[in-house]
Write a protein that binds this ligand. Structure first.
Ligand code: HEC
Length: 136
């Protein structure tokens, strides 16, 4: 258990020091897609724990998303574009994190309609990035 925690810490440190690959990002995307599905199942089965788990995974994953190294390294040509993408990414990350918290709070307090609204706002944010900077 301790060793697992240590490996986790090292992996996190490395990912902050760079080395975010396209494969990492694809994995993160798949994790988020699964989390969104889990949240939706939680709504339908009226299961607060499933919603909560999905929200947790979503929040932990969205903050990792960023341009991969090779994209950052082509900065001279695309500098402005990358900077815009980063700004937009930061904004989206903040919104998704906020709305994910809303989902958890609203659903727990029995307000499924508001929870669903927060959910659809997250979907809009996912698609916003996919439409505008999926190719970064
Ligand atoms: C900041 C930009 C950004 C945001 C926000 C974003 N995505 Fe993505 N997504 C991408 C990019 C870029 C790709 C293409 C894969 C790659 O090159 O890393 C992608 C690909 C995907 C894929 C396909 C992965 C595969 O297996 O090929 C899924 C699924 C996905 N995103 C789901 C989501 C979900 C769900 C959300 C919202 C919770 C989301 N994305 C938010 C940028 C984003």
């Amino acid at each position: 258990m301790k060793r697992l925690l240590l490996i986790g810490t090292i992996a996190t440190t490395i990912s902050y020091a760079g080395g975010y690959t396209q494969a990492d990002r694809i994995t993160d995307m798949q994790k988020m897609a699964q989390a969104m599905q889990d949240i939706q199942s939680g709504f339908f089965y009226n299961n607060n724990d499933i919603v909560k788990d999905g929200v947790k995974t979503l929040k932990e994953t969205i903050i990792k998303v960023r341009p991969i190294d090779s994209e950052v390294n082509t900065k001279d040509i695309y500098e402005k574009w990358i900077n815009n993408s980063l700004k937009m990414t930061n904004k989206i990350q903040k919104k998704i994190t906020q709305k994910a918290t809303d989902i958890e709070d609203r659903f727990k307090s029995g307000d499924a309609i508001q929870a669903l609204q927060a959910y659809s706002k997250i979907t809009q944010q996912c698609m916003k990035c996919h439409v505008q900077i999926r190719k970064w």
